[in-house]
Ligand binder design. Structure first.
Ligand code: ADP
Length: 499
């Protein structure tokens, strides 16, 4: 194996400066064809991080052309050899966890200790996981006729377009790129306009290992850069994570071309606390599940918490105390638990939901933690977490995805009613159940309409476990072997008749 020639750069502003105005096409950092750029701001300070290259249709065309060319040899390589290279990418990315964590921190405002560093190490782990799965790209032998050999094979699709959001850019890029590459595809990624630099840095590190053109990274805006990528005639598959609204647009464009799509969209995930639950464990699960450390900016956030009346008041008090004790501050500071939301637009949206909640008749808002006092952070997009109680189940804050640090706690008494209430949502991404009773756990997990259901824990995406939603939360699975086989290969049936 060659050594890692890219040194760690722990000053994230300097690193962003090195990546400014660049796309990754055919293994090289290159400006947008138009030469245009757009500013990316640090949501904790309001100051510019750097200018990113404004990718548009011409850049999409260049990236897809490079991918088409590179895929021919890549797709013919032995699957295990491809896997080895992808695992090597994981090993190298692991050496860059600190710098990637810091870079994603300054573009997203996520706290380094609780969020960004963790995400950067999971990124590396996903590449290592998928790197070991090359030999699992198996087909079948079919007993069609004794005189013929009939087999199925799994072929690469060709060029995959991957569109990712800003809330977990590293993890979400890995879940798309790693299986697509191991399966023999070339990939063109469209990073989120809010957070393009860490994604570009990952591409740069990986291009030390991969043949040029196998992985290309674009930055730019949705309709001008993501749109042409989905519409490109040579893109044979689109994998998208983002809002339901954009997911619909992407799905319609893909339908025109009759190509497969994977969609990971929104959520309004329920958490049901039974009367016999371990309350402290459930409270810790609510803190983790609601992703307060990420300002609630997660599609899996436990934003509807149903607590049995016996535990309700104590649960609310304990949760408030826990969230109150969390420190909001400079995202790069190791003492900080909670960073900022991503953008002014998102900040305004979350604040408007909080106002709507406060105006909802009967609702009580419990605001937690405290805004940072450091004058350097005065323009930072900090939102105090809010726990709402006594909210009607049909109110807007109880039904709509807020994507902010806002959760609703409902008191329940009847088991049938709480299962029905948990399922009464257009979404179906994740759900958790908190109980010591096996029968209740089995019954609830069977009946909850969600793609990822956990009992007495609230883990995030894990390499090896299929992750993906029901209903409006999406189509298809990610993170597992099944995700690679079902979503990044196409089956071919071959009959050999040598009689
Ligand atoms: P969010 O509200 O989380 O930003 P979006 O769904 O708008 O979610 O964005 C997720 C990703 O989809 C981003 O990379 C964005 O640029 C991209 N995107 C937005 N609009 C389109 C579009 N019309 N076509 C393709 N990609 C798009």
């Amino acid at each position: 194996m060659t050594t890692n020639v890219l040194a760690q750069t722990l000053d994230p502003l300097a690193l962003a400066g090195q990546l400014a105005g660049k796309l990754l096409i055919n293994g090289a950092l290159t400006p947008a064809i138009s030469g245009k750029t757009f500013a990316v701001d640090n949501p904790a300070t309001g100051r510019k991080v750097a200018d990113a290259a404004l990718g548009e249709k011409a850049d999409v065309d260049a990236a897809v052309a490079a991918a088409v060319k590179a895929q021919q040899a890549w797709g013919r390589m032995a699957a295990r050899a491809r896997g080895k290279l992808v695992a090597e990418c994981g090993r190298r990315l692991n050496e860059h966890v600190e710098e990637l964590g810091r870079l994603v921190t300054i573009e997203t405002g996520k706290a380094l200790r609780t969020e960004s560093r963790v995400e950067a190490s999971v990124l590396a782990d996903v590449f290592v996981y998928y790197g070991g799965l090359g030999s699992e790209l198996k087909g079948e032998s079919v007993p069609f006729s004794p005189d013929m050999l009939t087999v199925t094979t799994r072929e690469p699709i060709g060029v995959v377009g991957a569109i990712i959001p800003w809330n977990a850019p590293l993890l979400l890029m890995a879940l798309k790129i790693a299986p697509a590459l191991v399966a023999g595809n070339a990939v063109v990624v469209k990073a989120a306009e809010e957070a393009p630099f860490a994604v570009l840095r990952v591409g740069q590190i990986m291009s030390q290992v991969l043949p040029p053109g196998v992985l290309n990274i674009l930055s730019g805006f949705g309709p001008e850069c993501g749109g042409p990528l989905v519409a490109h005639p040579k893109v044979g598959k689109v994998t998208f994570t983002g809002s339901v609204e954009t997911g619909r647009i992407v799905y319609k464009m893909a339908a025109e071309k009759l190509i497969p799509v994977t969609l990971e969209l929104g959520g309004k995930s329920p958490m049901i606390v039974m009367a016999d639950a371990d309350i402290d464990r459930a409270v810790a699960g609510a803190v983790a599940g609601m992703r307060f450390t990420r300002q609630g900016q997660s599609c899996t956030a436990s934003s509807r918490i149903f607590v049995h009346e016996k535990l309700h008041d104590a649960f609310v008090d304990k949760l408030r105390a826990k969230v109150d004790a969390m420190k909001m501050g400079d995202p790069l500071d190791e003492a900080t638990d909670i960073g900022t939301v991503i953008s002014r637009q998102q900040f305004d949206k979350v604040q408007s939901y909080i106002r709507i909640g406060k105006q909802t008749p009967g609702a009580h808002a419990h605001e937690c933690s405290a805004l940072p006092r450091d004058p350097k952070l005065k323009d930072g997009l900090y939102v105090r977490p809010v726990i709402f109680t006594d909210v009607p189940e049909d109110s807007r804050i109880a039904r709509e995805e807020i994507f902010g640090p806002v959760t609703c706690i409902f008191k329940w008494t009847d088991y049938e009613q709480v299962i029905a209430a948990a399922n009464d949502s257009e979404y179906g991404l994740a759900a958790t159940v908190w109980t010591r009773d096996l029968k209740t756990a089995l019954d609830a997990t069977r009946r909850l309409q969600a793609g990822f259901v956990q009992v007495n824990q609230n883990l995030v995406v894990q390499p090896g476990l299929s992750y993906g939603g029901a209903k409006h939360s999406g189509l298809g699975k990610e993170a597992s072997l099944e995700a690679m086989l079902d979503h990044f290969t196409q089956k071919k049936t071959i009959i050999l008749n040598m009689t």
